[in-house]
Write a protein of this length. Sequence first.
Length: 111
Amino acid sequence: MSNRHSERFAVNDDEDDIYNPKSKEFCQACVDVSTFASLRGGKKWLEARTKLNMSKFPPKLDSRDALSGWLCMQHNLVNQKIHKPIFDCSRVLERWRYGWKDGSCNLPDLD
C-alpha cells in the first residue's frame, strides 16, 4: 500500500518549532494571533472573517502544492485587510518547505 496519503498530511512531530524564532518552521503569525485578535475586536471577528473566507474560497486538498497555495491565499487575504505586504505565493514552498535558495534562513551549524 502506498504511503502517499499519509505523507501528504504529515506534520512535523516537534510542533514547538513554530514558536521558536531560530527554527526554519517559525511562524510569526502563530505567535502574534492573540495580539491580532485583541486588536481587531477579539476572537469573534477573527472567527467570522475566517469562516467567510473559507466559504468564499473552500480549501484545496488535491495536493501539497494546492493546499500550500490555498493557505498562502488565505494568509494574503488577512495581509490585505491589515494593510501588510502581499506574499508572492509562487514562492510559498521555497519559504516554508525547502528554504530560501540563497540560504538566508539556514540555521548556523552547532558543531
